[in-house]
Design a protein around this ligand. Sequence first.
Ligand SMILES: [Zn+2]
Length: 371
Amino acid sequence: MTINKKQIVKIAGTLILYFCVNTSYSQKVDLSSVDKFIKITSNLNDGKQISAEQWNDFDKSTGYKKYAESENKFILNTVQESIKMVFSKTKSTEIDIILGISKDSIAKNIKLMFEKRILTNFIDMNKNYASIKSFRENYDFNAYVEKSKQRLFTFLGTTADSSFKFKTVYFNCMDAEGGNDEDAVYLDFNLVYKMSEEQRINFLAHEFFHNYREKFENQFRRKCDLNSGLDMIQNEGIADMIDKTGGYQDYFTSALHEPELARIMVGLYDQAQEDMEKLQRVILKYTKGEISETQMIDKWLEIAKFNGHAIGCFMANQIIKAGYKNEMIKSFYNPYEFYSLYNKAAQKQNIFQFSDELMNYLKDITKEYYR
Ligand SMILES: [Zn+2]
């Protein structure tokens, strides 16, 4: 059989169409790391050894690749060690040591917190292993992604922006977290499994908010660490209004089942006003040349823990309480507007307000970027 030119064009066209359909389909969600995780842990549960090739395959899968490629192997090593500890037949004494790490230690040391949270998460997965596998096989992940996008646009009070291409959602098995990274949105599989349908939609809509906001962001946040920190407070604060409307206590206990983390986050939320005052002092000292930029950033990181989540969430809550929700959402990518709205709300409620000096400084550094 000979194939003429017209047929070749037709075949090529079909192939292109096939690949387009295929990529747009696969671009929504990627579960290959979860599948590798299940494969390895099933083998360990059956008492089998894991070959170097299997680990290599695991490391290269989409949800773990960036940790494998990173120079610092702390995360990847912790994932692998935790898998071995939890799913191997031989019991490890290390488990009790890690589970015994105190709340104070994890609050101070992010590495210890990660080690404990990932181990706790894997122990939890091991307990619900059969139903987690069934969830992987039966849940409609593509529909989940679509519902989360809809939730975001409902929150923003706009019709869906069909021209915007959201990042692929990469599932992996880590600590109970989600994140909007450069290449994809990363979600912990067990966390999504454990959540109610409403919680999980809100959880991904939170990450999609960060993803969508990038469309409106400009050089302001990339210019220096201070700008990035100021921007992050608004970014996380508004995003928390999507999935943490019931407050931190409720979220970290009912969605995450992590009472220790709940206490840490609630503590930070309760001291938000003092922390805002501290941040203000540090920024003003820096603007007057009393401390260097590095000193200012070091202090900033000490005060605004977890990307300034608690501070941003507190500010957004006050803005909503004072009745400025629509204004906050309309300017969701403009940090100066967020700090101004907070101040208006704080004045009404007679709580901590940023000084005129600080507000003038913020106006000054943002004005050329936002009109
Ligand atoms: Zn966030």
